[in-house]
Write a protein that binds this ligand. Structure first.
Ligand code: ADP
Length: 217
């Protein structure tokens, strides 16, 4: 997913289609199909083999390597929006106790909870690890409110619905987290601005997308 794409010309794309449909096929036969001479398409064939899209075998001809499927996946991830794959956010409020928050993680089957303030705006994130860290300490922690341990604004990493899956995946990797709230800026009562959680985007969404892409769903 390097992001460096070669710009293919319409003729090169046409050649790929021909090789996909008829490969293995000789350069001569390809030239005939595009009504050009072998010499004219030689640079195109060179580019396509050097970039790994086509493979060439002596006496056999050109065939489609399928290597460009990596580019296809990269393109797909840059085209797909997080809103196309999102899950429902699981939200608790700042006063939710550790106990209730942990129960919610089990009943909703999530590892990350988003915390909202009195206006319903995003104010924090708590994950499994936050509770485990706390469990190592002393005290009657099950009665404490999640706001004591949550990662809070402005340190929350978020995505907007129209960001791409690629951008979301990069944030997950760069910040070493499992889940991102999908958010929209909204105005609440008294024109107060805040951030509304409209979805959840996780490693599972990305993994499921990969599986579906691979199965051609
Ligand atoms: P887990 O606890 O299951 O390993 P993460 O790796 O996502 O889950 O969480 C690690 C830490 O990062 C926790 O302290 C958590 O509060 C914080 N965190 C999780 N998601 C976010 C986010 N979207 N923005 C900022 N911090 C986050």
């Amino acid at each position: 997913m390097g992001g460096d794409y070669i710009q293919l010309t319409p003729r090169q794309l046409r050649i790929i289609e021909i090789v996909k449909a008829h490969g293995p096929i000789t350069g001569e036969q390809i030239a005939r199909k595009v009504n050009l001479t072998r010499a004219t398409i030689r640079p195109d064939l060179a580019i396509l083999t050097m970039s790994g899209i086509l493979d060439a075998r002596p006496r056999v001809g050109y065939y489609y390597s399928g290597k460009s499927s990596q580019n296809l996946i990269a393109e797909e991830l840059k085209r797909t929006k997080v809103k196309d794959l999102k899950s429902m956010p699981v939200v608790v409020n700042e006063h939710t106790t550790f106990y209730d928050a942990i129960v919610t993680m089990f009943t909703e089957d999530v590892g990350t909870l988003f915390v909202v303030d009195e206006d319903g705006f995003l104010s924090g994130v708590v994950s499994r690890k936050d509770f485990l860290r706390q469990a190592l300490g002393q005290g009657d922690f099950l009665r404490m409110p999640v706001s004591v341990i949550m990662t809070r604004m402005p340190n929350i990493v978020m995505v907007e619905p129209d960001e791409t899956v690629y951008e979301a995946a990069k944030k997950i990797i760069e910040h070493e987290i499992d889940a991102l709230p999908i958010v929209k800026k909204v105005k609440g009562e008294n024109n107060k601005e805040g951030i509304q959680v409209v979805g959840r985007f996780t490693k599972t969404n990305i993994t499921r997308h990969y599986v579906e892409l691979s199965e051609g769903v």
